[in-house]
Unconditional design. Structure first.
Length: 301
């Protein structure tokens, strides 16, 4: 028997705590999470593809047993544009939508270290070179490429795509700011529960450990070797979650640590200038929808 369809989406943005919010809310007895956090049902539309069968989507919720909300979290939905927005509206009618924003400079640095940790930045020797590659992609007229490693800069231009969400779902969006999520996750989740009209008091008992934190590899060569092994042993690892967990733990105990590179002040200032216009437009948009208390990066001149 297949399940229902979600009525609660954590739609973005990437590297802003979507995994943590999904994990925190999944602990609420009135919320049933998808069997996978990042279902990506609507993602093919961003690349000009077609949607999978609707029964495939329902299958992620076959275990749900009458909870008020069925939830999934795919951060890539946020920049999917009109095709994704229209498909969500047509398929799910009026779901509740959570959008999480993070200082775009910090988000870009996190995206860079994430791509680096996966060994996807061959030939890129520094954050500055990564920025240049992202800028080159934009200059070629390709802001965001599906599955691309150099989308980091473009995703931070929130003003380019948030307005479309408010136009399609004007009364169904809740904005969360990474700044507050990191400092007081309980307050954020309790507020989301009130917005969803479910019991906020149970949030006090949730596990607020950070999820999906980027682990920085000591050796990129070892990272590439690990992913090569993972591709070869993929089926075995899928059949044995305990083996997969043990292997992941062993790998990170050997090959994780603090990155040698840091975000240079002059680079941060240049990026702040690059994002200034978009952040200003984002601030105006949010204020027009009643968000008066904004984080400092949205209030800077």
């Amino acid at each position: 028997m297949t399940g229902g369809l979600p009525n609660l989406l954590v739609a973005g943005v990437p590297k802003a705590g979507t995994g943590s919010v999904f994990a925190y809310l999944a602990q609420h007895p009135e919320i049933c999470p998808a069997t996978e956090k990042e279902v990506g049902f609507f993602s093919p539309l961003f690349g000009g593809g077609t949607l999978p069968a609707l029964e495939t989507y329902r299958g992620y919720f076959a275990h749900c047993t009458g909870q008020k909300y069925l939830m999934e979290a795919t951060p890539g939905y946020c920049f999917g544009g009109d095709p994704v927005l229209q498909a969500i509206k047509d398929t799910l009618n009026r779901p509740r939508i959570i959008m999480i924003l993070r200082d775009p400079v910090d988000r870009l640095w996190s995206a860079y270290t994430f791509q680096r940790s996966w060994g996807r930045l061959t030939g890129i020797g520094s954050f500055e070179e990564y920025i240049a590659a992202c800028e080159n992609q934009r200059h070629q007229g390709q802001n965001i490429i599906v599955g691309g490693a150099f989308n980091g800069l473009s995703i931070g231009f929130y003003g380019d795509y948030l307005e479309g969400w408010f136009q399609e779902f004007p009364d169904a969006i809740k904005m969360v700011f990474f700044d507050v999520l990191g400092s007081d996750p309980l307050a954020v989740i309790a507020d989301l529960c009130r917005w969803l009209s479910i019991d906020p008091d149970v949030a006090a008992s949730f596990d607020y450990k950070v999820r999906n934190r980027t682990e920085h590899p000591r050796s990129i060569a070892m990272t590439k070797a690990m992913f090569a092994v993972k591709r070869i042993a993929g089926n075995l690892l899928e059949r044995s979650p305990a083996l997969r967990t043990a292997g992941r733990k062993a790998y990170f105990s050997i090959n994780s640590g603090q990155p040698k590179e840091t975000l240079r002040p002059e680079t941060k200032q240049r990026l702040q200038r690059i994002y200034r216009q978009s952040s200003s437009a984002t601030a105006m948009l949010l204020r027009s929808h009643g968000y008066d208390s904004l984080p400092p990066w949205l209030c800077s001149p």
